[in-house]
Structures are given as C-alpha cells and as structure tokens.
Design a protein around this ligand. Structure first.
Ligand code: MTE
Ligand code: HPA
Ligand code: MOS
Length: 772
C-alpha cells in the first residue's frame, strides 16, 4: 500500500511551487485582485520636479476643483509622527514639510473616486519652491561636503602599512558599480480598510508586514494593536519591498481613516521607478598589494555609496558590502571603510544581495588585476587566494571561515565546464578572429547568511490541526515567488508525516504572528521553517503523550509514518488519531519560535560572528563580443551551487537560475541614468533594459552541489538560496572583460565599470586599441 510507505511532498523532494499553476493561469490573487468594497477611493502621489529645494507651499485649488477629487493629504494631515524611516533615524518624512530632497519625491497624495482622476489631478498642484544646489552622486556629494546618512563602518585586521611597503607589487584603482531597479512584475500597492475606533486593516505587497504595521501605527498615532497588515503574496520583491511599501501603506491608511472609506494606492510603473529606492551604486577605490605569485598581502578599499536623501537601509547595506569585500579570499592585512553618502536622489534600499554583490565584484576585479599583472590565468589567482580550512581562514570582521567547500566546488566546476581547454580554444580563436572576440571566466561566491542586525534573526509560526485532520500553517515569512511557503509546508508535512496537500498555506498577517522580521537576507526558510517545525513538535509531543497514555505504550512506540500513526501494534490513519485526541481535549494548535544560535556582532569593534554559516557557488561563463558595435552574447554558462541538503531541488534550481540572470542583468544591460537636473531618465522598460529570455546563456547548465550538507544545524541541513547565486552573474562581467582585453593581447586588465553595457564594452575596446 503506497500511502503507508511514503508521503507526497516530503522534504528534500521536488515539489512544484504551491501557486505555480495559479501564477501562470491568473488564478493567484494579488493585492490588486481584492474586490473593492462600496465607496472605495483611490490615492495617487504628487511628486516634486526639482532635486533640492526649499518647499514654500503647495496650491491645491485646481486639484480640489477637479470633479471626482475627494481631497488631498499633506504632511499637515499626519496625526502621529511624520516619519517612516525603517532605521528610526527620523530622517524620512511621509511627506516633507520644508525641504524637497530629490526629483520625484512624493509631496502629497490626491484622493479621488477613481485612480485615473487622482492621477490626473495630482499633476495640477502648483508647488512653490526655492531651488537649492544639489549633489547627485557619491563623488559630487563628497566634494560638496554632504554628510553620511548613517554611521560608516571600518573593518580592520593585521597591519596594512608595513605589508603594503614590503609587497613587491601594488595596484590602486577605482571602479564604479551601477545600481539596479527591482522591476518586480507587480509594483507597489496598498489597500486600507478602516474599522471601528482606531482600527485599520491594510492589504499590501510588503516583505515586512510587522514594520508596515508599526509605521502605520505611529504615523496614525495609534498603538500597533489597532493595525493589521496582510500579505497573501507579492509579484516579486527582491528587496524592493522590504521598506519601500511603508509609504504606500501609510498613505492608504491615513486616507482610509480620514474619509472613513476603503482606499487603494497603486503607482504606475514610471512613478514606482522614480519614487522608490533601488540598489545602491558604488564608487570603489581599491589598493591591493601582492607577491609575484599573485598572493594578496594587503587590501585597502573604500566603498562610497549613493544612498539618496535618507538612511533607509543604507547602513546595513553598506555594512554588507564590506562583509563581502573579501568574497572568497583571505586578506592577511586589510582595512575597509564604507562611506554611505547622502545624495539628492531617491533613497536607495535593499536589493538581492543587500550590498554584498558590490563588495564581491570589487574582490573579483582585484583578482583580475593581479592576474593580468602577473600574467596568469585568473582562476589560478583565485585559487591561490581562497580561504584555507586550517589557517588563512579569518575574515576582515574576524569571523573564522569553518566551512569552506570552494576548493572542491570550483575544482568540480572547472572539470565539468571544461574550463581549461575552452580557455585555450578561446585564446586561439581570438588570434584569428579580427572582429568577434571571446572571453571566459570562472568566478566563485561565498555569501554570509544571517541578518547582520542580530535581533532580526528570529521567527514565529502558528500551526493548527483541525479535527478533520487538515492542517493550517501560518508563519511570519512572506511569499514573493521564491517558494518559501512551499518549503515550510514540506517541513510540516515531513514532521507530521502527512501529504503536503493536507496543509493549507495561508496569508501572512500580523494578527497571527507578531513582531516578525522582513523576509529578507535569504533566511526566510531557515527561520520560518524552524519556527514551524517547533510548533509541529509541540503538537506532536501532546499527541504522543495522549497516544502512549491511552494505548498504554511507551512514547517511543508512537511513530508518525506515511499518513498514519503507529501506536504499539496498532496503526491508525492520522485523521483518526486527531479525532480521538480532540475528543480527549488535547490542544491541537501551537505557536512556534526560533532564533538563530551562535551569532553576535560588535559593530563598534568591527568584530564578531555576524553569519551563522556561508553559502557557496561558482559559475563559468563564455561570451562573444562584437568589437565594432560593443554588442555581445553569452554563449554558455555552467553553474555549480551549494544549497546544503536541498529542501526542494527544483525550487532551488529555479532560484539559482533566476538569481544568475538578475545578476547578469545588473552587470550588463541594466543602467540607471540621471540627468544633471537629477531626473531619472531610465524610468520604464522602454529605457531600462532587463534581460529577456533571448539574453539568457545559449547553453545554461545549472547544477546543485548535491554532496553538500550544512555543517550547522539548520532546517534539515539545508542552506539559504535566495541571494547568493545573484553574484554568479559576475562571471559574465569578467568574461566580457577578457574578451575586451584580447584586443590588446591581454597585456592589461581593461578599465571596465559596471554595467558593462554594449556602449561601455565598445569604449573599453577603443581605449585599448588606441593604447589609452
Ligand atoms: N525570488 C523570487 N521569485 N522573487 C523575489 O522577490 N527575492 C529574493 C530571493 N528570491 C525574490 C526571490 C530576495 S532579495 C531574498 S532576500 C529572498 O528571495 C527572500 O526569500 P527567502 O528568504 O525565503 O529566500
Ligand atoms: N539583509 C537583508 N535585509 C536586511 C538586513 C540584511 O542583512 N538587515 C536588515 N535588513
Ligand atoms: Mo533580500 S535584498 O534581503 O530582500
């Protein structure tokens, strides 16, 4: 009998995303699909058309005279605290009172009977202001004496100056690394329904329901217990909805309470792109000292980031850039500093990798520099600098790397991708091909898992077993397409030994699990999977106690197996035991909790163990460029990625593929461009190019390192997968760099900033051809 030997949808098996069919057939409900109640209103933001100015006043006469307009909201309408800073720095007003800080800054909201009316009327406000000088990028801001938006970080180990002095080789250079728009399919949206007294319910698309709840509460001036935030799913978040939804939730809630009607707000794509934050672009100055074999002796780097007008998450983002400025390499002597620069641009925010990718690419650039300087294959330089297992294993933040598997992982990828032979073939090809040039690169990634804000590393879950044996699962994490709900349900199915289909996955709500962290830092499954398991264990413990007492057997003789419960000699269907337990008044519901062990971080000292463990991966990409136009294509990519013991290989592979493509897009075609007035000119898919299906590698081999197992006691020994593979896209960038270098016989490492758009590739080729 099949159902007594196994369950459907256990951990470590391929289970489709629980909403996969609904995603592709239109059956999945998003916030915008919720039926509006009678009398619902719509809000739209009015934004500034100047980058920096004294705000003198706004004339709403024409707005208010528009038929269908119900009213406007400005800073004056904030009943509580006019601040939505996620880092509590009190530097991010809902709407400004006296200073405009960037072009496109929301200044007010129009509330109307329809979205179209609100949107058109928002254009009619007359904003009176006195323009001030502005600084748009980190270098301009530094020159203008702009402050940091938050305290910078320094990481230091060893003795840098003597190591630099003693080293036979030293390279100092600068690299600019661009930002990135999240381009989630579903944009920002919030829908608020007023209740009695102080109450309000907000349906929205946030990665961080507890923070949205807290923001709505303090902006309204009510306790958090008056506010409920619900998220069924997001149409993608990628970090862009970790803090940026606060504004929309707050505006919808303020309007709902003011007019006592349901209110929805949904910006169009252009406004979504101009009014909400993106990945931070960086200016990175590096100084690397190394010996003649290519081994690094000392690194001194500074990371200046365009943070925008407020702190938002720029502190932890720039911190994470420093935490990943070593990538996979041991720096015997190192000094790293962050410069989170205030600029008159939109406040930049979380984006997959959270500053980590900007650190990693700096490390990879230094490796390339060393390889060209010493005339070696960059892969050999990489290997020579990998963290050791016994020694050479301390990071710039003094955490010991205990679990490096890169030696094995990279060796395996090197073989399966046939790297060495292909590299030689490419060098031969380039000798005889005057216009088309090829390049190949194999780059590793090591990514630290845990929120660096230690207190964030906690989670809760709520599990109910109903008396018919069906199971209701709720946890604090949010679903954005990554498959978190599927994985957590697999954990619950496995623990109860029931089929996956018995578990109902429900919306995330602040009513069921309080004080949750953002679903971010790739730790959704690690944290919520453990919390859900903890809840299941509590219920199982009660069931075991009941069964052993009732059947008069020892607790060890009660075994959950394949939709049944074995109690001594008896075998009962799971449902039957549940029914009996209910009649015997056994509590069939539990709240679970989890906090990550072992981690600690002293930011002042720059020392600690911020990460529970590391996830590893490597990718090898081959590209062809056209030296007449700068255009290129990715011919082949091979990936080997470490997810520990995968909870769900098919979902994990999907994450790896998606992250690689998104990382490749960041470094190739996705370019954010502001004009001198501070206007973002790449504010729609017409001017901002994300990778298309046709841009994917022509050959794309993605494998999970199925021999890997997390040495820490994570959920089923798995590893986080959401962000680490994003940095696999760097192999495309470095392969492009090699193709460019070929035009000058690989004599020097090309100066190549990111994104390496066709234009930049062409200019880099021209520079080398002209010997500049
Ligand atoms: N995958 C999809 N499909 N959509 C997303 O928005 N966000 C990424 C990653 N994968 C994202 C995604 C980011 S930035 C993070 S931090 C993780 O998913 C968050 O989910 P997890 O912690 O459950 O992996
Ligand atoms: N990663 C992602 N999101 C975060 C973090 C982090 O380390 N800290 C705060 N929000
Ligand atoms: Mo991901 S940037 O941590 O939401």
């Amino acid at each position: 009998m099949k159902d007594t030997v196994s369950i459907v949808g256990a951990a470590h098996t391929d289970v489709n995303h629980d909403s996969a069919i609904k995603h592709v057939t239109g059956g999945a409900d998003y916030t915008d699909d919720i039926a509006l109640p009678q009398g619902a209103l719509h809000a739209y933001l009015g934004v500034s058309d100047v980058a920096h100015a004294k705000l003198l006043g706004i004339d709403f006469a024409k707005v208010l005279a528009t038929p269908g307009v119900v009213g406007v909201l400005t800073a004056d309408d904030v009943p509580g605290i006019n601040d939505i800073s996620p880092t509590h720095l009190n530097d991010e007003p809902v709407f400004p009172t006296d200073t405009i800080q960037f072009h496109g800054q929301p200044l007010f909201a129009v509330i109307a009977e329809t979205r179209d009316i609100a949107r058109r009327a928002a254009e009619l406000a007359e904003v009176e202001y006195e323009a001030l000088p502005h600084a748009l990028d980190p270098t301009e801001a530094q020159n203008a004496g702009y402050p940091y938006v938050t305290a910078p970080l320094k990481l230091e180990r060893g003795d840098v100056a003597p190591a630099q002095a003693a080293a036979p080789n030293r390279i100092k250079s600068r690299m600019r690394v661009g930002g990135q728009d999240h381009m989630y399919l579903e944009g920002h949206i919030a829908f608020a329904i007023p209740g009695e007294d102080d109450d309000v319910v907000v349906h929205c698309s946030t990665q961080h329901p507890s923070e949205a709840q807290h923001m709505v509460a303090h902006v309204l001036g009510v306790p958090s217990n008056a506010v409920v935030v619900n998220v069924r799913r997001m149409g993608g978040g990628f970090g862009g909805k970790e803090s940026q939804m606060n504004l929309f939730c707050v505006v919808a809630a303020m309007a709902a309470k003011k007019w006592n009607r349901a209110v929805k707000i949904r910006p169009d794509r252009d406004q979504d792109m101009t009014a909400t934050g993106k990945r931070h672009d960086f200016v990175i100055d590096y100084d690397v000292a190394f010996d003649d074999t290519g081994r690094i002796q000392a690194v001194e780097s500074s990371f200046a980031a365009r943070c925008g007008f407020s702190a938002d998450l720029s502190g932890p983002v720039t911190d994470r850039a420093l935490f990943h400025a070593d990538n996979a390499y041991f720096y015997p002597n190192v000094r790293l500093s962050s410069h989170p620069m205030k600029t008159n641009t939109v406040s930049n925010t979380a984006f997959r990798g959270f500053g980590g990718p900007q650190g990693v690419i700096a490390a990879e650039r230094m490796i390339e520099e060393i390889a060209y300087a010493t005339g070696q294959d960059p892969l050999d330089v990489r290997k020579a600098n990998f963290y050791g297992t016994e020694d050479r294993n301390v990071t710039p933040y003094h955490q010991v790397v205990e679990d490096s598997i890169l030696d094995r992982l990279v060796r395996e990828l090197e073989e399966t991708s046939d790297y060495r032979q292909r590299r030689q073939a490419i060098i031969d090809f380039n000798k005889t091909s005057p216009i088309l040039k090829k390049g190949i690169a194999l780059t590793p990634v090591k990514f630290g898992i845990s929120f660096t804000a230690t207190w964030y590393n906690q989670a809760g879950a709520l599990v109910h077993v109903y008396k018919d044996g069906s199971i209701h699962l709720n946890h604090g994490g949010t679903e954005m397409g990554q498959g978190l709900n599927t994985k957590v349900a697999q954990v619950v199915a496995e623990a109860f030994q029931v089929d996956f289909g018995r578990i109902k996955i429900t919306k995330t709500t602040t009513e069921k699990v309080p004080n949750t962290s953002a679903t971010a830092a790739s730790s959704g499954t690690d944290l919520n999977g453990m919390a859900a398991l903890n809840a299941v264990e509590q219920i199982k413990e009660r069931l075991v106690k009941f069964a052993s007492e009732n059947w008069d057997v020892s607790p060890e003789q009660v075994i959950f197996l394949a939709n049944h419960v074995h109690i001594g000699e008896d075998v009962l269907p799971f449902d039957a035991l549940i029914k009996q337990a209910y009649l015997a008044r056994v509590q069939l519901s539990a709240a679970g909790f989890y906090k990550t062990p072992k981690i600690h971080w002293d930011r002042e000292k720059g020392q600690g163990r911020p990460f529970y463990y590391y996830a590893y991966g490597a990718s090898c990409s081959e590209v062809t460029i056209d030296t007449l136009t700068g255009e290129y294509q990715v011919d082949r990519t091979d990936v080997l990625h470490d997810v520990g013991r995968s909870l769900n290989p098919v979902l994990d592979k999907g994450q790896v593929e998606g992250a690689f493509i998104q990382g490749m897009g960041w470094l190739t075609t996705e370019e954010l461009w502001w004009d001198d007035a501070g206007r973002l000119r790449t504010h729609a898919p017409s001017t901002y190019k994300i990778p298309l299906a046709s841009d994917r590698p022509r050959i794309f081999n993605v494998k999970l390192a199925d021999w890997s197992e997390n040495r820490e006691l994570t959920i089923k020994r798995s590893k986080a997968v959401g962000e680490p593979p994003f940095m696999l896209g760097i192999s495309v960038f470095e392969a492009l760099s090699m193709a460019v270098a070929s035009v000058a016989d690989y004599r020097e490492c090309p100066r190549l900033d990111a994104p390496a758009t066709p234009e930049r590739v062409l200019m880099a080729v021209a520079r080398l051809q002209n010997g500049a």
